[in-house]
Design a protein around this ligand. Structure first.
Ligand SMILES: [Fe+2]
Length: 386
């Protein structure tokens, strides 16, 4: 990629109250639209954000209707509130779905005539030069959406729901606030699945055909932090939870500047057919795709050997075999290495094996794969994953 984009500010190791109030002062904000989902609002995570706004005497509105895997129409809902209320800052409090919905809503608000489906790096939207700006406060340590140019939404085509991956450098949040308090109480299965999603972002970014020194640096550090801290974060270690929160953002920034690859291209349609969590799906797929890429490309093999050396302190026996290291890492976390171990029935899986190869080759992330497989190769990889 010929350019790199990152959030203007990435705030960490500071309380949400301090970081958000100083950001609002910097922006000169006078009205805020808080975007979140019903669960996060109900369990009280959003309250902390609202308390800061109340303290700063900033009028605000809360839109808490972002569903999981938000449809494209969520952009219109958010834009319609924004056009009435006229906020000069959008504050997204949530995981990837919420942050992506906020990005899409911001585009629609600033350019009502614009079709959100057209969001791409090749279109000028006009977001960078005007308010509202977007502040992201992630409540999971995985998607990295708080640092990416990506927007993943669900569209309906001929009655079928499909995930669409859009992106523009202009939707990268202005700021992201990484407050470990926001992820302190994540259930451990979600902490593992989202942490492995972040690992797959780093691993794919590192060998993407658009990888560059900036994305490599981000991916190396993200992978190192994940190998070092995810096992301890799962046990509730606060320092490790905070490091994982930063790692997920670094991994997001890595792939935002390099693209992903075949593991995500397979995981998107596969997760739709199986109804599995994205982190679980892409995590199981990842080592098989890494193995395939290594077998097909000396360049990929060389890069992964280099990464294995960097990670060697955290790999049992200091192996140079990165695939083995990833599988060992999964076993130690109790994360499945095959779909049969993730409770997927043989029948359901066979349906996926038939449908996914064609859809994976149409997924936006396949464009960045270092080696593009044939449909038959994807089919055989899928069979091995069960
Ligand atoms: Fe992912």
């Amino acid at each position: 990629m010929p350019e790199a984009v990152l959030p203007r500010r990435i705030v960490f190791n500071e309380s949400l109250a301090d970081s958000l109030s100083s950001l609002i002062a910097t922006i000169g904000s006078s009205k805020a639209l808080v975007i979140t989902d019903e669960t996060l609002n109900r369990i009280g995570l959003v309250k902390k954000v609202l308390a800061v706004l109340e303290e700063a005497e900033i009028p605000f509105k809360v839109f808490d209707k972002v569903p999981p895997e938000p449809p494209i129409s969520v952009a219109d809902e958010i834009a319609s509130i924004a056009s009435e209320f006229n906020p000069d800052v959008f504050i997204a409090v949530g995981g990837g779905s919420v942050i992506d919905a906020a990005k899409a809503g911001l585009v629609k608000h600033v350019r009502p005539e614009y079709n959100v489906r057209d969001v791409s790096p090749f279109e000028v939207i006009g977001l960078e030069v005007r308010k509202p700006v977007l502040i992201a406060i992630p409540t999971t340590s995985g998607t990295g959406s708080d640092a990416t140019l990506g927007v993943v939404l669900t569209d309906t085509v001929d009655g079928d729901k499909i995930k669409i991956a859009l992106g523009s450098p202009e939707v990268v949040p202005y700021a992201t606030i990484l407050d470990p308090e926001m992820v302190k109480n994540l259930p451990s299965n979600l902490r593992i699945a989202t942490g492995i999603d972040a690992l797959s972002h780093a691993m794919e970014a590192y060998v993407s055909n658009q990888a560059n020194p900036l994305s490599d640096a981000l991916a190396e550090k993200a992978a190192t932090l994940i190998f070092q801290y995810l096992p301890r974060a799962v046990k509730g270690d606060e320092d490790a939870i905070s490091k994982m929160h930063i790692a997920a953002t670094l991994a997001g920034a890595a792939f935002s500047n390099s693209g992903l690859g075949m593991a995500h291209a397979i995981a998107h349609p596969l997760g739709s057919v199986l109804g599995t969590h994205h982190g679980l799906t892409v995590g199981v797929v990842l080592p098989y795709v890494m193995e395939y890429n290594i077998s097909q490309s000396d360049e990929v093999a060389g890069k992964y050997t280099k990464l294995a050396r960097i990670l060697s302190v955290y790999i049992n026996g200091g192996s140079e075999n990165i695939v083995q290291a990833v599988r060992e890492f999964y076993r130690n976390l109790g994360f499945p290495t095959r779909f049969r171990d993730a409770g997927i029935s043989k029948e359901k899986y066979s349906e996926a094996v038939d449908k996914v190869p064609f859809l994976a080759l149409q997924d936006a992330d396949i464009v960045f794969a270092p080696v593009v497989p044939s449909p038959e190769e994807i089919k055989s990889l899928l069979e091995n994953m069960y």
